[in-house]
Design a protein around this ligand. Structure first.
Ligand SMILES: Cc1ncc(C[n+]2csc(CCOP(=O)(O)OP(=O)(O)O)c2C)c(N)n1
Length: 320
């Protein structure tokens, strides 16, 4: 959570300095407990699909900060050779099947990954994180239905930060809790405090265990808040300052620190060490990204098609 918070604070600074390749950059400050709790519940073989607000998901999965920062700056050393930018970072080695600038676009990809796991029996669970804005799209319903019918090993996690751009969650749906919504697909639905990393972790572990046992998907609603606007140019004039104050009082980092100190999981020295290590890693990432060469135009058409072996793998899995 500390790495995510500090990385994104630094990203905003770098953005203001005009060093990012695009101003399209959405930070998840305030939502770190969801990313950390979900990704901690993952095993090495598992998959993850992510959103336009996805830096935290990749960092929680162990992403390389230098390659991330280079990608944000449009450098050749970036995760996607500088072509993807903030909204399209992918790390196949970590099972991270990609962030996605199309709201809801990756939910279908998660179901595809789940189908692959089911056919190939690879024991992988797919964690699919999406925002509340995606829940009212058609793809969400189709994906939930198909995953439920085939009992696919997918954990659907709505990171409900209360707003899709300026549209409040309470005005976009009459079914604000996820238990009710999941019942439509005959699935377990779990509503969890998205500011409490331990609660998110427990819910994600239970859902991942269920998926790995072959019992099918779970829908988790992790209720959280983005502390900043939708993106840099959004002053959040549509939000009540009192509401913002209430959520900021439930910042997941101090909440966790207080509990960790009170219950003896960490001492002050450990907390300072975590923060110092994160700052050093971020400084090094920014320095390396700044020094790297820009993405070459010639890479634009590389990696467009999958290697030819992919179809054979699918045919083999289907015939088995
Ligand atoms: C299919 C599609 N429709 C609209 C947009 C424009 N858009 C980008 S982000 C966003 C809001 C998404 O809200 P939510 O899913 O709640 O995620 P959050 O931004 O709150 O993390 C919209 C409408 C888009 N990128 N893709």
């Amino acid at each position: 959570m500390t790495r995510i918070r500090l990385f994104e604070e630094r990203t905003l600074e770098v953005l203001m300095q005009g060093k990012l390749a695009s101003t399209m950059c959405h930070v998840s400050i305030g939502q770190e407990a969801v990313a950390a709790g979900v990704c901690m519940a993952m095993q090495p073989q598992d998959y993850l699909t992510s959103t336009h607000r996805g830096h935290g998901h990749l960092i929680a999965r162990g992403g390389d900060l230098a390659r991330m920062m280079a990608e944000l700056m449009g450098k050749a050393t970036g995760y996607c050779k500088g072509r993807g930018g903030s909204m399209h970072i992918t790390d196949m080695a970590l099972g991270h099947l990609g962030a996605n600038g199309i709201v809801g676009g990756h939910i279908g990809i998660a179901v595809g990954a789940g189908l692959w796991s089911s056919l190939s029996q690879n024991r992988a669970v797919t964690m699919c994180l999406f925002g509340d804005g995606a829940v009212t799209e058609g793809v969400f319903h189709e994906a939930m239905n198909m995953a439920a019918v085939f009992r696919l090993p997918v954990v659907f996690v709505c990171e409900n930060n209360q707003y899709a751009m300026s549209l409040p969650w309470s005005k976009s749906t009459p079914a604000v809790d996820f238990k009710t919504r999941a019942a439509a697909y005959a699935l377990p639905g779990v509503d969890v405090d998205g500011q409490d990393v331990a609660a998110v972790y427990q819910a994600a572990c239970a859902a991942a265990d269920r998926a790995r046992r072959g019992d099918g998907p779970t829908l988790i609603g992790a209720h959280t808040y983005r502390f900043f606007g939708h993106s840099r140019g959004d002053p959040s004039a549509y939000r009540d300052p009192e509401e913002e104050k209430r959520w900021r009082a439930r910042d997941p980092l101090p909440l966790f620190k207080a509990r960790a100190l009170a219950e003896g999981w960490l001492d002050e020295d450990a907390i300072v060490r975590i923060e110092t290590e994160a700052r050093q890693a971020i400084d090094a990432a920014v320095a390396a990204a700044e020094a790297a060469p820009p993405a070459a135009d010639s890479v634009a058409f590389e990696d467009v098609y999958a290697p030819s072996g992919a179809q054979q793998l699918i045919d083999k899995a289907v015939s088995a």
